[in-house]
Design a protein around this ligand. Sequence first.
Ligand code: ES4
Ligand code: ZN
Length: 326
Amino acid sequence: TIAKDALRAQPKAELHVHIEGTLEPEMVFELAEKNGIVLDYPDAGTLRQAYNFQDLQSFLNIYYQGVKVLIEADDFFELTYNYLRHAHEDGVVHTEIFFDPQSHTDRGISLAAVFEGINRALAKGQKEFGITSRLIPCFLRHLSAEAAMETLHALLPYRDFFCAVGLDSSEKGNPPSKFSEVFDKARAEGLLTVAHAGEEGPASYIWEALDLLHVARIDHGVGCESDDELCRRLAAEQMPLTVCPLSNIKLAVFDDIKGHNLKRLLDRGLCMTVSSDDPAYFGGYLLDNFIAVQTGLDLTWDEVTELARNSIRASFLSESEKLEWL
Ligand code: ES4
Ligand code: ZN
């Protein structure tokens, strides 16, 4: 096996992390107390015991409960700063962070507070740890396309603070095609696009993300394996997949790490990357995900370094910024 320190020392970009998914149970309780919010669980330990998911939806139900303790800009600051500290400890040099604006604005929290808190943490993280960051607001696909379009318009005054838009939440029954107009508008505004596709959903959703949403990366994408033509296309275009191994196990996308298709897809020439998704819920940050796939899939040093280098290549850093890490 490869030493943890060697994996840590490899420069890595984290391209798929939901900031609301870095909310540890202890912080849930700390913020609930500060903000006067009553929780359904007596303590952090009990809450953590509830992190036993059958599928994506059973996870999302708990995740959206946790989000409700985030009220003030300072809460978003603390959340984001804590994540960056973890990321830095794992050898992450750059991170592209998702957040769910609708899960906050629908509770009466202003986008101004969300951006102010997160941006303050990103600036401190860059100063203190040298870690660079981009933000990617995601539309909640279980809500309507109209709600997503309204959210895009509400985001545009903050255009300078994010580089792309994404699509997340309950995948099945909410195909990328539902959001083609919203993504057209986002691209017309000069934004890049990404989308969760092929996490639990079918390969056809990955085709739609490519052809209708014109994404620059596919988030998860592990569902491509059943479609040979799609796999050939993803490899030919070197379309990055941001795969989240511990997430996939916790949400029963794969039974266990040995059955994960990361290595099989890497062997087929796809541009694979590794991320942590919702580390507070899925049992580990980025280094834990690297260790899980390295040991579980017997990855060689060359394979591990390819995954790390792919994350830099697939990032939205400029070509000159990428060169510093490649
Ligand atoms: C998510 Cl794992 C996952 N999948 C889809 N949407 C999400 N939002 C937060 N985590
Ligand atoms: Zn995700």
